[in-house]
Write a protein of this length. Structure first.
Length: 121
């Protein structure tokens, strides 16, 4: 079912027709789909050129047009990854009225490495 407004006509023989105006609203949030920022490449230590954005949708693919829905973006904890502006692999933002959530800038990062020393036994 698609969200939006539409008209329903009512007729009977030769009498004047009437029209009902109805609106289907989006249901509750059930998924987040990528809207921009996927498929990018950048040099380690530099920021990806396009922000990562997702749209919160209901089960029928309609955007949930509500501001304030929390959306969490999570980069891998190891290997090739990135770090959000908060210095971690995860950031949580809220949607704007159009149902879109956009993460802050994310520079690419080298894999984490361990350091230390070993003593002969």
């Amino acid at each position: 079912m698609t969200a939006g407004s539409y008209a329903v006509a009512v007729t009977s023989g030769g009498v004047t027709a009437g029209t009902f105006t109805e609106t289907n609203l989006a249901g509750t949030a059930s998924q987040v789909v990528v809207s921009s920022g996927g498929g990018q490449s950048t040099t380690v230590g530099t920021t990806f050129p396009t922000l990562l954005s997702g749209i919160v949708e209901d089960a029928h693919g309609n955007p949930v047009l509500v501001a304030g829905v929390s959306v969490t973006f999570t980069a891998p904890g190891a290997g090739a990854t990135g770090t959000f502006a908060n210095g971690t692999d995860t950031t949580t933002v809220v949607t704007i009225a159009s149902g879109v959530a956009t993460a802050n800038r994310m520079p690419a990062r080298l894999p984490r490495r361990c350091s230390g020393s070993a003593a002969p036994v």
